[in-house]
Design a protein around this ligand. Structure first.
Ligand SMILES: [Zn+2]
Length: 287
């Protein structure tokens, strides 16, 4: 099935009755499709903030940040997206060898699949939540579905750090959990040198309901999900980002009129409201 059809199904899944088996199968189909045909679904890399760029496809990708003193990479995509990420970095005139730090949002294959290749090539330091580190060699928990994967040993845990700084960028990781135990959101300020304007950028670590597939107590898991989103709900955000770009129509907005079209102080809350509303609908299926 082509990725465009799978994306349509994604919308279906979220708006109609939540069917655990169908959702599980759908997640597997998407992962396999991207792994099999990464080039077929790739999009042109785009700028999303003054010093932030996206590479990947419409379903999932990575953000790379030009810190002025090397690059920070947020997430790594599936293993077969490795060349797309490297080429995406080069397409904006950067050298992938300059990646100094790689921050992982959570331990799922579509986010950590290329990590070992990237670390091997760049010798960058890797960061992950301690709560997700235990899953990094568990292909079942990672949802690799048999696709290529090499585990890696993280260098640092968010729980043992304050901000993560490199050059002009200082990132605050906030472990919220829910989607996976250690799902982490990233917050930082980026300055547009042309205008001198500062933008508060937030990257959400993971909003999907995949945790319900294995939850022993779905109602408690849904409650945990609500609390996790509320922990970051009131954070002031000028530019909201998500590794699954469809959550915020990132690619469509940038295609219209560039990264400044993403400046919207309401987008973060609207995205969370939408997900909280949908999970309340799903909750009714379990009561
Ligand atoms: Zn995930």
């Amino acid at each position: 099935m082509a990725l465009s059809q799978l994306l349509w199904l994604e919308v279906m899944d979220l708006s109609s009755r939540y069917d655990l088996m169908a959702a599980k199968k759908h997640e597997e189909d998407v992962m396999n499709e991207i792994s099999k045909n990464p080039m077929g679904s790739a999009v042109s890399p785009v700028q999303v903030a003054p010093h932030v760029f996206y590479a990947g496809n419409k379903w999932v990708g990575v953000f790379f940040i030009d810190t002025g003193d090397g690059l920070i990479l947020l997430d790594t995509g599936v293993a077969s997206q490795y060349p797309i990420i490297m080429d995406g970095i080069r397409s904006f005139g950067f050298d992938p060898k300059d990646i100094k730090k790689v921050l992982l949002s959570h331990a799922h294959y579509d986010h950590c699949g290329s990590m070992s290749k990237i670390l091997e090539y760049t010798k960058a330091k890797s960061y992950v939540s301690k709560l997700d580190a235990v899953f990094l060699d568990d292909t079942k928990a990672l949802l690799t579905h048999g696709n290529e994967y090499s585990p890696f040993n993280p260098d640092y845990y968010y729980e043992e750090l304050e901000d993560i700084s490199q050059g002009r960028i200082s990132i605050k990781p906030v472990v919220i959990g829910a989607h996976t135990p250690g799902t982490t959101c990233f917050f930082f300020t980026d300055v547009d040198e042309e205008t001198g304007k500062e933008y508060k950028v937030a990257v959400h670590g993971g909003l999907g309901y995949v945790f319900l597939h294995t939850a022993k107590d779905p109602i408690a898991a849904i409650d945990c999900y609500r609390k996790a989103q509320m922990a970051v709900y009131d954070c002031p955000v000028d530019i909201a980002l998500s590794f699954h770009t469809y959550n915020l129509q990132i690619l469509e907005k940038v295609a219209e009129s560039g990264w400044k079209n993403l400046i919207n102080q309401d987008a973060w809350k609207a995205m969370l409201d939408d997900r909280l509303e949908k999970i309340s609908d799903i909750e009714k299926e379990f009561i």
